[in-house]
Design a protein around this ligand. Structure first.
Ligand code: SF4
Ligand code: SF4
Length: 55
């Protein structure tokens, strides 16, 4: 499961690369887990490693 950590600075890159439109950003990013397809693009593209994958 994708988890956005407290480090997030709200740059919205993850929202732009998410193919499922599962991320919205209001100050910080939030993931709609029901929409998430577990592609991990948000994790790969986050410039400050604020996204984690938790089994
Ligand atoms: S790319 Fe990283 S820092 Fe930017 S909004 Fe997403 S989680 Fe936050
Ligand atoms: S893992 Fe993929 S589908 Fe899920 S929030 Fe990240 S970019 Fe979107």
């Amino acid at each position: 499961m994708i988890v956005i950590t407290e480090r997030c600075v709200g740059c919205a890159i993850c929202m732009l690369v998410c193919p499922a439109e599962a991320i919205r950003v209001e100050g910080k990013a939030e993931v709609n887990i029901e929409k998430c397809e577990s592609c991990k693009k948000c994790l790969i593209y986050c410039p400050i490693n604020a996204v984690s994958w938790v089994e």
